[in-house]
Design a protein around this ligand. Structure first.
Ligand code: FE2
Length: 283
């Protein structure tokens, strides 16, 4: 246990992430929220358990981190809260109320945009008793653990990130993407080794499901991308979040990869509220 200013925090795993105890986000002061945000910038991911948040209260929490981002698809945003996107397998009057099986496979959110989202926050409304864990891989620890020579080689590479490629290659949650959405999300190029603006730590900002590295063919790139994803997602770099109702989990997309995991959706309901906070151009 450590105390950062007035916060009581526990590491999620050595050197990565914090569970923040005894903060009631529905009633937290602006000063308390500012401390939560600065802890987030320091550690890469934060968890606050036992929360009970209306959409307005969840939005206030999100706004403490910065300007909220809209969603690529707005099919499942809350009616009066377009900044909150619903992930769910619940069906109401024959219609799904949320996106189901989104985010399976290692990725960072909105990596295919020029300014990917800084962070993603999930609030657990309903969770199954087993399955559906969220895994977060610490890309800074993964980069730091590489030999210096390999770090230098990788720092020279840039990766092409493509919404069209991602949409065409995903296996779970695949859907038909309207042509105007494809036009609004042209391919972008980002450095493979990304600098965190808070303290200049370096992250191995690899993304799966991309066409490859600049100057390399997809066939040349794919085995290297696969190898790097395997490196970053070793158990020693990964935090596994087991959900409880009322959990709020926030991760920093500037220094982590994440993936959802499946659950028995014939037996259980899972429902999450998701928000995104705007980020900046990777460098
Ligand atoms: Fe995601």
């Amino acid at each position: 246990m450590s105390v950062v200013k007035s916060l009581e925090t526990h590491e999620l795993k050595p050197g990565f992430g914090s569970e923040i105890a005894r903060v009631d986000l529905a009633r937290a002061s602006d000063a308390e929220l500012a401390e939560v945000v600065s802890e987030f910038h320091r550690v890469g991911a934060i968890v606050l358990r036992g929360q009970s948040l209306s959409p307005e209260q969840f939005r206030r929490f999100g706004q403490a981190f910065g300007e909220l981002e809209g969603h690529t698809l707005n099919d499942f945003t809350l009616p009066d809260h377009p900044e909150i996107y619903v992930l769910s397998n619940r069906v109401e009057d024959g219609r799904p109320v949320g996106a189901h099986n989104d985010g399976i496979g290692w990725h960072t959110d909105l990596n295919y945009t020029a300014e990917p989202v800084m962070c993603t926050m999930l609030y657990a409304v309903t969770v199954p008793p087993e399955g559906s864990d969220t895994l977060i891989a610490d890309q800074c620890a993964a980069y730091a653990a590489l030999p210096g020579e390999r770090q230098e080689e990788l720092a020279k590479l840039k990766q092409i990130h493509s919404f069209e490629y991602l949409a065409g290659n995903r296996t779970e949650g695949r859907k038909v993407i309207p042509p105007e959405v494809l036009r609004a999300n042209p391919d972008v190029i980002h450095p493979l080794v990304r600098t965190h603006p808070a303290d200049r730590r370096k992250a191995l900002w690899i993304s799966s499901m991309t066409p490859g590295f600049v100057g390399w063919s997809t066939a040349e790139s794919t085995p290297v991308i696969d190898e790097l994803i395997e490196w970053v997602t070793q158990d020693r770099f990964v935090y596994r979040h087991k959900w409880q109702v009322g959990d709020v989990l926030v991760w920093d997309n500037r220094c982590s990869l994440h993936t959802g995991t499946l659950f028995d959706d014939t037996k259980y309901i899972r429902e999450m509220h998701r928000m995104w906070v705007k980020g900046d151009r990777p460098y």
